[in-house]
Design a binder for this molecule. Structure first.
Ligand code: ADP
Ligand code: ADP
Length: 214
C-alpha cells in the first residue's frame, strides 16, 4: 500500500504515521525528518535546507523530489510506504506520479487530516519531540510522564526551531497558498480520503481505519 498523509502543519501526520507504521508494517518517509537529520549531520543538503526551514518556507521542489526518488527505491519500500509531508506542491505531486508510473506503481490513498488553523497553532506551539526515538509529545494533550523527558528512553525533549510563533504563521500561510491546492489534484484522481483530525489521536485513527476499509 502506498499512502500519502496530507494535512497542514500540526494536523497530526507524524502522530498518526506512528500508528499506521505499527499496523501496516510499511516505512514512514517524512521529508521534514530527513531534512532535519541532514541539518544535524551538517551535510550539504542540510546547509541548503536550513534557511528555508527556519523561516517556515518550503525547500525547493528539486531537492525534496530527489530525496523521495532515492528513498522510495530502498528495499524496505518494496511492499509500500507512507509519505508524511510530501508532496507539498503540485510540481511535487506530478513528479511523484511520474516516478511511480515509471515503476508501474501508483499512490493508493491520500489521507487528508482536516483541522482548523486555531487548533493547529495550539498544537504546534506546545509540540515536543524525542531527538532519539522520534516520539511526539504535546505539553498539554500528551505530556511526558516526567517533565521534558522521553518516556521511552529518558532523552531530553526538543522544541523545533520552526515551532515558534512567527514560523508557525508563515507555515500555515504557505500551506494554504501552495499545498492546499493538492486536495483538488487528488480529488480529481479519486484518491482523496478526508478524515476529521480534530478529535483525540485514537478517534482520528479510527477515522483513518474507516476510510481505508471502504
Ligand atoms: P504534523 O506531523 O502534522 O505536523 P504532529 O503529529 O507532529 O503533526 O502533531 C502536532 C502536535 O499536536 C504534537 O504536539 C502532537 O502531540 C499533537 N497532536 C497530534 N494529534 C493530536 C490530536 N488528535 N489531538 C491533540 N493533539 C494532537
Ligand atoms: P510540519 O510539522 O510542519 O508538517 P515537516 O516536518 O513536515 O513539518 O516540515 C518541516 C519543514 O521542512 C517545512 O516547513 C519545509 O521547510 C521543509 N519541508 C518538509 N517537507 C517538504 C516538502 N515536501 N517540500 C518542501 N519543503 C519541505
Amino acid at each position: 500500500m502506498r499512502l500519502v498523509l496530507f494535512g497542514p502543519p500540526g494536523a497530526g501526520k507524524g502522530t498518526q504515521a506512528q500508528r499506521l507504521v505499527a499496523e501496516h508494517k510499511i516505512p514512514q518517509i517524512s521529508t521534514g525528518d530527513i531534512l532535519r537529520a541532514a541539518i544535524k549531520a551538517g551535510s550539504a543538503l542540510g546547509t541548503k535546507a536550513k534557511g528555508f526551514m527556519d523561516q517556515g518556507k518550503l525547500v525547493p521542489d528539486d531537492v525534496v523530489i530527489g530525496i523521495i526518488e532515492e528513498r522510495t527505491q530502498q528495499p524496505d519500500c518494496a511492499t509500500g510506504f507512507m509519505l508524511d509531508g510530501f508532496p507539498r506542491t503540485i510540481p511535487q505531486a506530478e513528479a511523484l506520479d511520474a516516478m511511480l508510473a515509471k515503476r508501474q506503481q501508483r499512490v493508493d490513498h491520500v489521507l487528508s487530516l482536516e483541522v482548523d488553523d486555531a487548533v493547529l497553532v495550539k498544537r504546534l506551539s506546545r509540540r515536543r519531540t524525542c531527538p532519539v526515538c522520534g516520539t511526539i509529545y504535546h505539553l498539554d494533550f500528551s505530556p511526558p510522564r516526567q517533565e521534558n523527558t522521553c518516556d521511552r528512553d529518558g532523552a531530553t525533549l526538543a522544541h523545533r526551531s520552526d515551532d515558534q510563533e512567527a514560523a508557525i504563521q508563515e507555515r500555515l500561510r504557505v500551506f494554504h497558498d501552495q499545498t492546499a491546492p493538492l486536495k483538488a489534484y487528488y480529488q480529481q484522481r479519486g484518491l482523496l480520503r478526508a478524515v476529521d483530525g480534530s478529535g483525540a489521536p485514537d478517534a482520528v485513527y479510527q477515522g483513518i481505519r474507516t476510510v481505508l476499509a471502504r
